[in-house]
Ligand binder design. Structure first.
Ligand code: S3P
Length: 438
């Protein structure tokens, strides 16, 4: 994606109306490829997110000898090779911008008979990996990082893994999932305890593929040595992508938008709860289940927002939605305070600092703290913002343009492709007055 840069220009005054379906869930799409590859038999995935991150996972499994077909848009057919069927890759596996791909695959690759190397782009190459390499080492794995604990990861194969009972120091679904994936290859039982609830798509999908997973409060356990059986995975629309439209419609007068078939897994709905606490008008309609995940249509209408102290218990449940939520806070009446969110500093960018700088460029009082931010509300001016190649920062500031007093330009937006292909077309269709230029 580097070298293909893009600038968004957004003119104020738009409103978001109509109905739309945002692309498939990124977390579920990654896992559908991984579990499909490691299963026996064929897995048909519908609603797959064809964004660069999930395509990197797909290409990595192809390089590991898995046959994958793409019969139509959003439809992927994975010919599973079973837990022991992967083959040594010829070259390093390039996971691009995707922390999920690299961390989850580390769990898989730790259990293989062969060596492998994983690399990523500049952002991924600066992200912390010891959070997975240390517990995986306790299971018997050997994975080398740079001296700073960052990628490339060199995974040594042929290691005998044994089960582990691990209490995670950070609330991370990626760490939990990496350990559970390694646990499939381990002797005995692997258990992970989380300090706060994190997304549970791995546990749900393991069950969907016929693997026994036991949950007891914050602790989840599985026994190694079982089998995964391929089947069908239906991927709902990504609530993390819907979040930009929830915020955009909330802040833009005259908006009334229906977001269709959105995944509302309770480990992901913090954004709805936080926006409602701020006064947002969001209705959850026609709740149903699709492929083992709860989904619903979300109706959002403009409403005056007010600043709040964000409850810490909601932080892991909204971890990817803070760039958008900070824009909502900037448009709210009164101050919004966030703490307990230090994880935001090690996402695709340092989302506390990068958002604080962008909000300041739009005339908003934004005071970063080590684990959060204080945002003075009251509205935004026009200006130029740097997204630092972070997809969610780029989309958040595109929505800010709806309510700014002047034009908002956002630089370095090409990575929106990692999670939300077609964002500009969909946003324009809904009513955002924006352009993207090279
Ligand atoms: C993800 C987990 C989250 C999230 C990321 C996707 C996943 O990261 O931020 O975008 O699919 O497991 P952490 O688990 O590190 O918080």
């Amino acid at each position: 994606m580097n070298g293909l840069n893009q600038r968004y220009t957004v003119r104020p005054g738009g409103r978001l109306v109509g109905r739309l379906r945002v692309p498939g869930d990124k977390s579920i799409s990654h896992r559908a490829i991984m579990f499909g590859a490691l299963a026996e038999g064929v897995t048909e995935v519908d609603g797959f997110l064809e964004g660069a991150d999930c395509l990197a996972t797909l290409a990595a499994f192809q390089a590991l000898g898995v046959r994958v077909e793409k019969p139509g848009a959003g439809h992927v057919r994975v010919h599973g090779v079973g837990l022991r069927g992967l083959r040594a890759p010829a070259d390093p596996l390039d996971l691009g911008n995707s922390g999920t791909a690299m961390r989850l695959m580390a769990g898989v690759l730790a259990g293989q008979a062969f060596d492998s190397t994983m690399v990523g782009d500049a952002s991924l190459s600066s992200r912390p990996m010891r959070r997975i390499t240390e517990p995986l080492a306790l299971m018997g794995a050997r994975i080398e990082t740079t001296q700073d604990g960052t990628p490339p990861l060199r995974v040594h194969g042929g290691r005998r893994l044994h089960g582990l009972d691990y209490a995670m120091p950070v609330a991370s679904a990626q760490v939990k999932s990496a350990l559970l994936l390694a646990g499939l290859y381990a002797d005995g039982e692997t258990c992970v305890t989380e300090p706060a609830p994190t997304r549970d798509h791995t546990e749900r999908m393991l069950s969907g593929f016929g693997y026994r997973v036991q949950r007891d409060g914050p602790r989840v356990c599985l026994q190694g040595g079982g089998r995964l059986i391929g089947g069908r995975v239906e991927v709902p629309a990504d609530i993390s992508s819907a979040a930009f439209f929830l915020v955009g419609a909330s802040i833009a007068p005259g908006s009334d938008l229906l977001l269709e078939h959105v995944g509302i897994n309770p480990t992901r709905t913090g954004v709805i709860d936080i926006l409602r606490l701020m006064g947002a008008d969001i209705e959850v309609l026609d709740e149903r289940e699709a492929g083992g995940e709860p989904v619903a249509d979300l109706r959002v209408r403009h409403a005056p927002l007010h600043g709040i102290e964000i409850p810490q218990s909601l932080v892991p449940l909204a971890i990817d939605e803070f760039p958008a939520l900070f824009v909502a806070a900037a448009c709210a009446e009164g101050e919004t305070r966030l703490s307990g969110a230090a994880e935001l500093r090690v996402k695709e960018s340092d989302r506390i600092q990068v958002m604080a700088d962008g909000l300041a460029a739009l005339g908003v009082r934004a005071e970063p703290t080590p684990d959060g931010i204080v945002i003075g509300g009251g509205g935004l001016s026009g200006g130029v913002v740097e997204s630092h190649g972070d997809h969610r920062i780029a989309m958040a500031f595109a929505m800010a343009g709806l309510r700014a007093a002047g034009q908002v330009a956002v630089n370095d937006c090409a990575n929106v492709e990692t999670s939300f292909p077609g964002f500009v077309v969909l946003a324009r269709t809904a009513g955002l007055d924006m352009d993207a230029s090279a």
